[in-house]
Design a protein around this ligand. Sequence first.
Ligand code: NA7
Length: 540
Amino acid sequence: MSLSGQKTTNLDAVVVGAGFSGLYMLYRLREAGFSTRVYEAGGDVGGVWYWNRYPGARCDSDSVHYCYTFSDELLQEWTWSSRYPEQPEILRYLNFVADKFNLRPDIQFNTRVKSAHYDEESSRWQIETEDGARVSAKYFITGVGCISTANIPKVKGLETFQGQWYHTGRWPHEKVDFTGKRVGVVGTGSSGVQSIPVIAQQAGHLTVFQRTPQYTVPARNHPYDPEFVEKTKANYPEIKQQLRESFGGLLVDSQEKSALEDTPEQRDRVYEAAWEKGGFGFAFSYTDLTLDEEANKTAADFVRAKIREIVKDPETVEKLSPTYYYGTKRPILDTNYYETYNRDNVSLVDVRKTPIVEITPTGLRTTEGEYELDVLVFATGYDGMTGTLFNIDIRSKDGVPLKEKWADGAETRTYLGIATAGFPNLFMITGPESPSVLSNMPVSIEQHVEWISDCIEYLRDHGIETIEPKVEAEEAWSRHCREVADATLYVKTDSWYTGANIAGKARRFPIYLGGVGPYRHICDEVAAKGYEGFSLSMCN
Ligand code: NA7
């Protein structure tokens, strides 16, 4: 019994989140015989694909690679319609997975985990949900996603707005009708770039409020032809292996050389071919685009030239032309993004030059003037990487909140991006300092889930009660992670990767850039050496 008189449920594992991570974690743990419950804040499965229902939302890794590969049967049964399907299709896929493996009975929806405190005496996590239920679990596993806590700017006057306003990551289930309306979109990251061309087709007038212009490359989405699907399904064992060994969890044509080894004419041909093919291949055209300033400039110049070629109005070209290092914010894929600015019903406001002052009952006011709006869309992103973890009051064996442990310093401080010292039996799927958001997420998720479930089975089979990183192993990993990042241009750009989009957030680069394949080998070696770098304590 808990102090409140409520009965405490005892489980082997509690998993937070029923997206790609949580669904597979549940499947693996249940298969291994562990009693497991998943808590999910949303009303159904899907994670990011449950919440992100904005117009134009779609994946930007090829769908045949943006999926689970753990079940051959699943790979054969599910057929993707196109290269980058829209959100409803991806959500249908995750529902299909949940039904196929009968996962729903162990998922509690509409339930947010409020706190998870480690109790050293019982060697268990004491978990409380927002509705007051208490659960005790040996293992606490977060599958909360890296970008799931919406960043809604604290603009004066939002509560006075008489129109409708939405955040792309908290989109309503009902269709939002923009027909004939005066719409404002704030933000031009992936969500803005995907939604702007679609909204523009319906809106009476669309005003885009842009703070940082972006490099974006055509997605070139297209339906898959049946022959391609058949061939892919036949080759999945090989594809799966290639994805797992690859740098980014993607299969792209990349040239294993510096951009500076080619002549300007050769480079143009390479970039043009990648532009025509569409997708993330452009970002991998050469090996040093995010390493070397001069190499980077060649890709940046190419995209800026494309903007000049596509967009008719010179003033808009000027506003749309990015100046940061190409690829150091999340690369974006689009369908007719730059072209959209040639429409008569679309205008672009540079809110870096003329900042947003307030939202009024009838619109949005910048230092330059007021824009009358019926609908306002915030495509303003997320408190990424740590935001959602910090929303849960996670406390160490010494009662230290995770948020406090990670408050200061140049590094987030994890071991392998999976665990953190002081928090025994806590596992983070695609946690900070793992490849996570700079990889094709399902590939990284599968790797973590398999590593974690293998680890938990090992603990059980060897009579081990707890596992926890040694401080020195954690320090070495965090340092390695930072050193790899410091050798790149990523750290020189303000982005949600570095936390610069959230006021007061520690500025770091909590993503491992050593590559998905090499990272997998590091993790496997740690396990093969009996979980080297972890302290293991035996059951009494
Ligand atoms: P992003 O990529 O963080 O983009 C958010 C955009 O919103 C970006 O253009 C921001 O400008 C802009 N922003 C944020 N706050 C403000 C304020 N206060 N005023 C004006 N503009 C603002 O989020 P997305 O949802 O597009 O994409 C998230 C990830 O989802 C994406 O990277 C993929 O992994 C999928 P900034 O660049 O910070 O100047």
